[in-house]
Write a protein that binds this ligand. Structure first.
Ligand code: CTP
Ligand code: MG
Length: 187
């Protein structure tokens, strides 16, 4: 496949994961996932991880995935531009956004343990935690799909694209979140 097609497809397929993470900011608020609990004087996850963010973000990511499926349908693409045949793609449409929010939660878990407060910067973790979560879930539940679309042969370009584009997208979305008052800090 042409390299440009691999680059575009790698981002297209990650879209449900990306939007889930951004949508959590919009849907988030109220009851924290850790219910305010502390371990050794520090919150488990903190007020930045809420049930509404997790559920709303996952649902929104799946919704965007379904829109992508219907777009590929209108192009008569039976492989749904990489998502795979019906009904296999349904699991993917869940794993992508859910893994992204799970990774984000794991990131906060690590941040709290090393003593960083909610919203405090943690370079690397802040940018990549959600995509690592998605990759991990894919490796566990859809390993062959992940390897053939992001690792094997020239598809490694897809992984490199995601690694390069993710921090830029993360920065852009967070600046928007900050300016619209949805986020307390612009990172
Ligand atoms: N959010 C949420 N629930 C989630 C994920 C995110 O409600 N599961 C919302 C919160 O309002 C959060 C915002 O999205 O403040 C931005 O997310 P993020 O940057 O991941 O959280 P931080 O507030 O920076 O907290 P942390 O230090 O734990 O990353
Ligand atoms: Mg943060």
């Amino acid at each position: 496949m042409y390299i440009l097609v691999i680059i575009l497809q790698s981002l297209w397929l990650m879209l449900p994961a990306y939007v889930a993470n951004s949508a959590a900011v919009l849907f988030g608020g109220s009851v924290p996932i850790d219910f305010g609990k502390e371990v050794k004087g520090k919150r488990i996850l903190g007020d930045g991880k809420t049930w509404r963010g997790l559920i709303g973000g996952t649902a929104f990511g799946m919704f965007i995935g379904l829109i992508q499926i219907s777009i590929s349908l209108s192009f008569n693409n039976e492989n749904f531009f990489g998502f795979g045949a019906f009904p296999d793609f349904f699991l993917l449409l869940f794993l992508l956004p859910f893994g992204s929010l799970l990774g984000d939660i794991l990131g906060s878990l690590i941040k709290r343990r090393i003593g960083k407060k909610r919203g405090e910067k943690c370079i690397g973790l802040d940018q990549y935690d959600f995509i690592i979560g998605t990759f991990l879930l894919l490796l566990i539940f859809r390993q062959e799909w992940f390897l053939t679309h992001y690792i094997y042969g020239q598809y490694i370009v897809g992984l490199i694209t995601v690694i390069m584009v993710t921090p830029l997208l993360h920065k852009g979305v967070n600046i928007i979140g900050y300016k619209t008052g949805k986020k307390e800090v612009p990172w």
